[in-house]
Write a protein that binds this ligand. Structure first.
Ligand SMILES: Cc1cc2nc3c(=O)[nH]c(=O)nc-3n(C[C@H](O)[C@H](O)[C@H](O)COP(=O)(O)OP(=O)(O)OC[C@H]3O[C@@H](n4cnc5c(N)ncnc54)[C@H](O)[C@@H]3O)c2cc1C
Length: 408
């Protein structure tokens, strides 16, 4: 049987970083990464629309994280701050730039550059990467683990599970983390999609505005009960609401009975009176225009028409002067509070991350070590924690990989 001192199952963001730190600390030990895909770091290449938003300078608040491990995020920030992740990438030779929202990208704007610097260091350190090797079972004996792939069996003293979540199965993701960790006796929560577009129950109007983007506020309700608001660019797709602000609401929907998203596209934010005043002024200034062009000064034409349809306007060929006071008020209401009944996200292919994984209670966050199995470490998305959109998830993957590596 093949013996390694340290085996890392999963060569994604957290596993690669963990391997580098562990081998730097233990240069004489045999460190191996078992990866089920034909190469390591495949998901990383698709991150940030191919640009890889590798962390966010504001990753210092546990409020940006959700799930049972989120209470322990302050410990993670203490052990591995954003500055420490930044320093680590700088040591790897990566030059980065930061946008106005604190999102950090490689200077090349190319996710491949992030993977290149990680792979270079992995090769330089002599870390063994065993790809096309899906780990199918793990077992703990008194002082070692047996790790079986479809073709081989390995023994190791210390084991790291960094298998990620089930988000984006097309990039190789599955439920491995949950099944391997359950076999080792850990409690787990099933994965469910997070950071994904939210499908509307009725997509009739959305079809007509597919591709439109508009800044505004998206608020999540359970029936009439307010849950959370996010602001930013809302993107309309054929059947869904999308954009970062919508993504950040998606994980919350699964627990709701009657999820509704309300969009506030009011250019004057919360000032309903000013919006109504503006609509009345344009109704009188542009009374001879067709109704189809009534909102052209505020929204792209097809968005304006969809809003007016939602407000009950049917005849768009008439002139604006035909709009009644009630109709103008209804249009104002929709701009201010455009309600969409929405479905619970269920498509892992559209999700960037997942809620669920091994529950937080069973992990010592100072070392990313299991509290129930000796010499077992867990990092990245296999843990029940998911961050907001904007670099928060890769930060956690890298930071938890660094912490585990330092403690191996
Ligand atoms: C399209 C997309 C865009 C994203 N963009 C961003 C972004 O810009 N910024 C951000 O912060 N986050 C982003 N994310 C989220 C981010 O990619 C993940 O949070 C992060 O990759 C998690 O790291 P990880 O190491 O836990 O898992 P992964 O990176 O998913 O790595 C897990 C690895 O384990 C391997 N594996 C799984 N099971 C086994 C097994 N049984 N045996 C062997 N190997 C196994 C997998 O093949 C994979 O290589 C994005 C996600 C997606 C899908």
């Amino acid at each position: 049987m093949n013996y390694k001192d340290i085996i890392i199952v999963g060569g994604g963001a957290s596993g690669m970083m963990c391997a580098i730190i562990a081998k730097e600390k233990n240069p004489d030990k045999k460190v191996a990464v078992l990866e089920k895909q034909s190469r390591i770091g495949r998901k990383l290449l698709s991150t940030g629309n191919g640009r890889c938003n590798l962390y966010n300078i504001n990753c210092n608040n546990s409020q940006s994280y959700h799930g049972s491990f989120s209470q322990k995020m302050n410990t993670v920030f203490k052990s591995c701050s954003v500055a420490k992740v930044a320093e680590r990438f700088s040591k790897l030779g990566l030059v980065t730039h930061t946008d106005n929202e604190g999102r950090v990208y490689p200077f090349s704007n190319h996710a491949g550059t992030v993977l290149d610097v990680l792979l270079y260091r992995i090769n330089e350190l002599g870390i063994e990467v065993i790809s096309s090797s899906k780990v199918t079972s793990v077992a703990k004996e008194s002082n070692s683990f047996t790790v079986a792939t479809e073709n081989e069996s390995y023994k190791c003293e210390k084991l790291v599970i960094s298998t990620g979540s089930a988000a984006a199965p097309k990039l190789g993701a599955d439920n491995s983390g949950i099944s391997l960790l359950s076999k080792l006796g850990h409690k787990t929560k099933p994965f469910s999609p997070a950071l994904c577009p939210i499908e509307a129950v009725d997509n009739t109007l959305l079809k007509s505005i597919k591709g439109v983007r508009q800044k505004g506020y998206a608020s999540l309700f359970d029936g009439d009960e307010f849950i959370k608001t996010e602001s930013g660019e809302i993107q309309f797709t054929e059947n869904s609401l999308s954009g970062i602000c919508v993504f950040n609401l998606s994980a919350l929907i699964k627990t709701l009975n009657n999820p509704v998203i309300s969009l506030n596209l009011n250019p004057f934010t919360d000032d309903y009176g000013q919006l109504l005043h503006t609509l009345k002024l344009s109704a009188s200034a542009f009374k001879d225009r067709r109704i189809s062009n009534y909102l052209d000064g505020i929204f792209v034409n097809k968005l304006g028409i969809a809003i007016m349809k939602s407000a009950g306007i049917k005849d768009f060929k008439k002139s604006v002067s035909a709009l009644t006071k009630n109709e103008i008020e209804s249009i104002c209401d929709v701009i201010y509070d455009w309600k969409f009944k929405v479905k619970k996200p269920d498509d892992f292919n559209k999700a960037q991350v997942c809620s669920g994984g091994v529950i937080g209670d069973e992990i010592n966050a100072k070392a990313m070590r299991s509290t129930i199995v000796d010499n077992l470490y867990i990092c990245g998305e296999a843990i029940d924690v998911d961050g907001d959109c904007g670099g928060f998830n890769l930060y956690f993957a890298f930071a938890s990989g660094i912490i585990a590596g330092e403690n191996l």
